[in-house]
Write a protein that binds this ligand. Structure first.
Ligand code: PEP
Ligand code: MG
Length: 566
């Protein structure tokens, strides 16, 4: 019987594939089983085999990742290898199997609890992060043990996180309750071409990352995804946010046609790459790309981006064991500056906190009641000025290579800008003393994404060279909608009159003061808002690179001012 499971789509693709179900077993709930003396050796061997199998898998993953873009995950995998060689977890578990005459799962979780208790006594972020690594590994070992228990090698691989090499001849669609930033990076190398999760919403950073990696996805999937069977053929329609299960011939034909039309349309769009983006009333509109990794400049240029309007630098800081050094950051920023060959490159300083936690940063750890209202973005940087200064030094040093600008996130008032300016001056002074070159006239801008900043924009402009409207957060904070919460995502309304009023106000005050304004929230890459944004006076858009040509195609047919009705 055919049926549809609905969620919120990310991207506009049609994907045919087999469902790869990630079981959402509670990680550490295991049953205690007592075993006889004679079974102890067997249980130890079962545990040793699980460790061996996981080690082999990590090794394989590590060498495949080496060839790929996300090389930083290699260091995480190396940490995992080290833990698997570690005496406390592995030998400790074997000891427990022997001394307690119990099953390997129970012994493993007891040993994990023991290690976590010890780590909790040490108030050090390094150990807290190690704890998360160990938990991840224990969870994977439990899955291995579970498969071995059933002595079903196929099941062992299938129940494991991702398809193994022989299964990769199939095209998979991953279905799961949730997925982490690091897991997303494994998808491509495991022939998983789309994913759908119960958690998440279309404006969350998870969705933004999926869009930027060009992975079709559905977030906030209805709970009934449990009805999909592992290995079942399904169709994922990320434009409509639907998974079609048990499709008949006619439905398959319909989706094949739609897919073909989309492919042909994309080929047509590519022809617009070098076409100037001008409205029918002759107004030049600038279209730039948002990127999360330095390697994405190539994609931006291939899509005809006129610059990088937003480089979310925090993705250099995530999925790492420690803060990237000044030189590491400098090299990344320099690469983007060089690659873009003199086109503007707007690099946003670290926007961590809320849904982008850095495990190695102490005051990034507590789970506050309202994370989006807490120590996030510029607030976090001003509470850790060493991090901010390091990043600014790297940005300034890279500013010699290309047209780099600095963008400050989550500014809520002028006092933050004054402090930032002072710190930037300090960093410049340090570089002067070290006789290092940098662009002394580097432009400094602010994300306008907090209602107070939008309303009091006039008070911020004396400290700014440009502004960028971050509508993702502006909508979240103005409408009081947690952008990561799927239960309220239906209320997330980009065209709410309050949002339009704020945009109109910012554009008009900036216009009067000759301060350039652009928009870099997801709204910029959504063709259904393009006319409205033109009407509001937006002339510079920055968006996910995959949307640039689609928006250009739209703008080429529009006038800047129409009697468009909401
Ligand atoms: C925004 O808030 O609109 C924005 C572009 O930043 P981010 O989505 O990274 O918070
Ligand atoms: Mg934001």
């Amino acid at each position: 019987m055919a049926f549809i499971i609905q969620g919120k789509g990310v991207g506009d693709a049609i994907v045919f594939g087999k469902a790869w179900i990630l079981p959402s077993v509670s990680k550490f709930e295991v049953e205690y089983k007592s075993i006889s003396c004679g079974k102890v050796v067997h249980e130890e061997i079962r545990f040793r085999n699980a460790v061996k199998s996981l080690k082999a898998e990590l090794k394989e993953l590590s060498s495949s990742i080496e060839k790929n873009l996300n090389s930083e995950f290699k260091s995480i995998l190396e940490t995992y290898q080290l833990i698997l060689d570690d005496n406390i977890l592995i030998n400790g578990t074997k000891e427990k199997i022997k001394s307690s005459k119990c099953n390997a799962e129970w012994a493993l979780v007891q040993q994990l609890n023991f290690i976590c208790n010890e780590f909790n006594k040490i108030n050090d972020p390094y150990f807290r992060e190690r704890q998360q690594d160990i938990e991840q590994l224990v969870s994977r070992l439990l899955k291995k043990l579970n498969a071995l228990e059933n002595s079903d090698i196929d099941a062992m691989n299938e129940k494991n996180n991702f398809p193994n090499a022989s299964q990769q001849k199939n095209n998979w669609i991953l279905i799961s309750r949730d997925i982490s930033f690091s897991e997303i990076s494994y998808l491509d190398s495991h022939n998983v071409s789309a994913f759908a999760t119960e958690l998440g919403s279309p404006t969350s950073h998870l969705a933004i990352l999926a869009r930027s990696l060009n992975i079709p996805a559905i977030l906030g999937l209805q709970k009934s995804f449990n009805l999909i069977e592992h290995g079942e053929e399904i169709i994922l329609d990320s434009e409509c946010g639907a998974i079609i299960v048990g499709a008949d011939e006619k439905t398959i034909e319909f989706y094949k046609n739609r897919k073909l039309k989309k492919t042909n349309f994309k080929i047509q769009l590519q022809k617009l790459k070098d076409v100037r983006c001008i409205t029918t009333d002759g107004i030049k509109i600038s279209l730039m790309g948002n990127i999360e990794q330095p390697e994405e400049t190539e994609k931006a240029l291939n899509q005809g981006a006129e610059g990088i309007g937003l480089f979310r630098s925090e993705f250099l800081f995530l999925n790492k064991n420690s803060m990237p050094s000044e030189d590491e950051q400098y090299n990344a920023y320099k690469k983007v500056g060089n690659d873009m060959k003199g086109l503007p490159v707007t690099i946003r300083t670290l926007d961590s906190g809320a849904d982008k936690i850095l495990p190695y940063l102490d005051n990034n750890q507590e789970q506050p009641a309202n994370p989006a209202l807490g120590l996030r973005a510029i607030r976090l940087c001003l509470a850790n000025t060493d991090i901010f200064i390091t990043q600014i030094r790297a940005l300034l040093r890279a500013s010699k290579f290309g047209n780099i600008k600095i963008l400050l996130p989550l500014i809520s008032g002028s006092s933050e800008l004054i402090t930032c300016r002072t710190l930037i001056k300090n960093a410049m002074h340090q570089l002067d003393l070290e006789k290092r070159e940098y662009n002394k006239k580097i432009q400094i801008g602010a994300m306008i994404e907090v209602p107070s900043a939008a309303i009091a924009i006039e008070s911020l402009l004396p400290y700014l060279d440009f502004v960028s409207l971050g509508t993702n957060d502006l909508i979240q904070y103005t409408l009081a909608i947690d952008r990561t919460n799927r239960f309220v995502s239906n209320l997330y309304d980009a065209e709410h009159p309050a949002i339009l009023e704020l945009i109109r106000g910012v554009v008009s005050v900036c216009g009067r003061n000759n301060i350039p304004v652009s928009i870099c929230g997801e709204m910029a890459g959504n063709a259904s808002h393009t006319q409205l944004l033109l009407n509001l006076g937006i002339r510079s858009f920055s968006m996910n690179c995959n949307e640039i040509l689609l928006i250009k195609e739209k703008i080429l047919k529009l006038k800047t001012n129409t009697s468009y009705k909401q």
